[in-house]
Design a protein around this ligand. Structure first.
Ligand code: FEO
Length: 169
């Protein structure tokens, strides 16, 4: 595997690891701030990011490269509200989509079509993740500060977490 591609994939391993830690930090916040459904959803999402990280790890190694772990910064652990949490998740997923797109562009520039093909799964996944987070954020914006509305959203997130659990790879 081309060393440029290997280095870029290893950077992505770090980003997926950070995503997992960021969502874990958010899950902890949600759990101790009275949002058990959101906490379940975020704990599940932490595992999903770990699964993304592992996909990259195995891919780099299978292609004859070496997956490398790097220092990962401590994620934020204070949030203003559940809305703040989901706004930050949405922004973070947009950032990750940009990163995957750059990787895809690099793979094509380097004529590494096997890596470009591998990245297709992530391109589809990012579209789904952005849509999911946008939908949740829209609902939170809609209820505003209405407590009953927030309670309902938390219940919905709990149901979503249960369905994610059964569909996880
Ligand atoms: Fe690994 Fe949420 O994207």
């Amino acid at each position: 595997m081309n060393s440029k591609i290997e280095a870029a994939l290893n950077e992505q391993i770090k980003k997926e690891e950070f995503s997992s830690r960021l969502y874990l930090s958010m899950a902890i916040w949600a759990e101790i701030n009275g949002f058990p459904g959101a906490a379940n959803f975020l704990y599940k999402h932490t595992e999903e990011e770990r699964m993304h990280q592992m996909k990259f790890v195995h891919y780099v190694n299978e292609r004859g490269g070496r997956a490398a772990l790097m220092d990962v910064e401590k994620p934020q652990d204070k949030f203003d509200s559940l809305k703040d949490v989901f706004k930050q998740i949405f922004d973070h997923e947009v950032y990750i989509t940009g990163s995957i797109n750059e990787l895809f562009g690099l793979a094509n520039d380097e004529k590494d079509y096997t890596t470009a093909n591998f990245l297709q799964w992530f391109i589809t996944e990012q579209l789904e993740e952005e849509n999911l987070m946008r939908t949740i954020l829209d609902k939170i914006n809609l209820v505003g500060s209405d407590k009953a509305g927030m309670f309902h959203i938390d219940k919905e997130l709990d149901i979503l977490a249960a369905s994610q659990g059964s569909s996880q790879q």
